[in-house]
Write a protein that binds this ligand. Structure first.
Ligand SMILES: *Cc1c(COP(=O)(O)O)cnc(C)c1O
Length: 399
């Protein structure tokens, strides 16, 4: 188990085991990444930076987010189920944790602009929020299909002062938006920083995002101990790119008794194109500048990813997850669209908490596992609230 204790930071080339790295050709961009890496290492231990970040996390985001003992859910399923309430954060999800960190980093580097992509719009709203707060310009790249689908988030970003740049290539969704924002960043990096939406992309982005999200697990471990006097038996979180889950898991990696479960979207089924379970079905490959387990066909063509939760439908996944899977420290399981929607209603009606469809995947897995592990203690990361999903659910379900 010793290698886990040493796996918290990647190698200086950005590798977690055999995954990660920096697959980028442009030498100027590589030099810029080195600058960002060094600036990040310096500020993460800087007193003033931490004082400002801590002030904002407390008074702007509303941290620490509480853990809540879900009494009715626990009673019905015969386990103790606790929820880490990232849904209560300002802007409604965990993404604000790293958006603020990246905006502060941008300021320290003297940048004027933040460039980001967004799929469902959650990362775009968090980034636009942080940019407004820090007085930075903000360009958000978004697929045309997603712009039509996610009107309320698009409206919010506009109100917050961000420029929305429609992306018309390919399937006009998240993957193309990443391609476009990365291309824009490659031209504008003198004045701009790239605020990637998860623990993905070329080194040093995965380690930076992970660092800012680690507040989740750090808080949750202390809260769980002080509330129950023990550690949880199982810690669960949904995995899209992997930021909320890695943030949560980091708090418990060294606790050998705690089992960690990452929950991937099985979507409509097991076939390529019907799900976004990259850790379950992916093969090693390179996408967006880093090596990970990637959904691809026999020819190595990257597959379309699908999940009912747009925040989970990415064909790759953060390199540290790939590493944690390969050393057996985290178990990765799957939940279908239908199971996630059932859990969405179950939590809404039993506890009065409407979860994001992404987070509903983690809740669904807790419900599934409860049958086999009666009496155990579960800690589930509720990564976001479901306001954004209400209209979609109303249009697609019979209620
Ligand atoms: C974006 C998002 C996710 C998925 O991203 P990760 O990087 O895997 O955490 C999960 N939950 C919510 C609420 C999101 O907005």
């Amino acid at each position: 188990m010793n290698n886990i204790l040493n796996s918290e930071l990647p190698t200086k080339d950005g590798f977690f085991g055999e995954f990660g790295g920096q697959y980028v050709e442009d030498e100027n961009l590589k030099a810029e990444f080195k600058k960002i890496y060094e600036a990040f290492l310096a500020i993460k231990d800087d007193k003033d930076f931490n004082a400002e970040l801590n002030y904002l996390l407390k008074n702007y985001v509303g941290r620490p987010s509480p853990i809540y003992f879900a009494r009715n859910l626990s009673k019905k399923y015969g386990c103790d189920i606790y929820l880490k309430r990232e849904d209560l954060n300002h802007t409604g999800a965990h993404k604000i944790n790293h958006a603020l960190g990246e905006a502060l980093l941008a300021k320290k580097l003297g940048k004027k602009k933040i460039i980001a992509e967004t799929g469902a719009g959650q990362h775009g709203v968090a980034t636009a929020t942080a940019a407004a707060l820090m007085g930075l310009e903000c360009d958000i790249y978004m697929g045309e299909v997603d712009i039509k689908k996610e009107k309320s988030n698009v409206d919010k970003m506009k109100i917050l002062g961000a420029n929305i740049i429609p992306v018309t290539a390919g399937s006009k969704t998240l993957k193309e938006a990443v391609d476009a924002s990365f291309a824009a960043y490659s031209r504008e990096y003198n004045d701009a920083i790239y605020a990637i939406g998860s623990v993905v992309g070329p080194h040093p982005f995965p380690m930076i995002i992970e660092y800012f999200q680690s507040i989740i697990g750090k808080e949750a471990r202390g809260q769980f101990l002080s509330e129950t006097g023990e550690l949880p038996d199982y810690v669960l979180a949904c995995v899209g790119g992997g930021s909320n889950s890695i943030g949560m898991f980091n708090g418990f990696l060294k606790d050998e008794s705690v089992k960690l479960v990452g929950v991937e979207p099985m979507g409509k089924g097991e076939k390529l194109g019907e799900n976004a379970a990259s850790l379950t079905y992916g093969k090693e490959g390179v996408l967006h500048g880093f090596k990970c387990l990637l959904l691809q066909d026999e020819k190595g063509e990257i597959a379309d990813a699908y999940s009912i939760a747009s925040g989970l439908d990415y064909p790759g996944v953060g390199p540290k997850h790939c590493h944690l899977k390969s050393i057996g420290r985290v178990d990765y399981k799957t939940v279908t669209d239908k199971e996630a929607v059932d859990a969405f209603f179950e939590l809404s009606r039993l506890e009065g908490i409407i979860p994001a469809l992404e987070s509903s995947h983690a809740v669904a897995m807790a419900i599934k596992m409860a049958k086999d592990f009666q009496g155990k203690k579960f800690l589930v990361n509720l990564s976001g609230r479901g306001d954004k999903d209400v209209e979609f659910i109303l249009n697609s379900q019979n209620i």
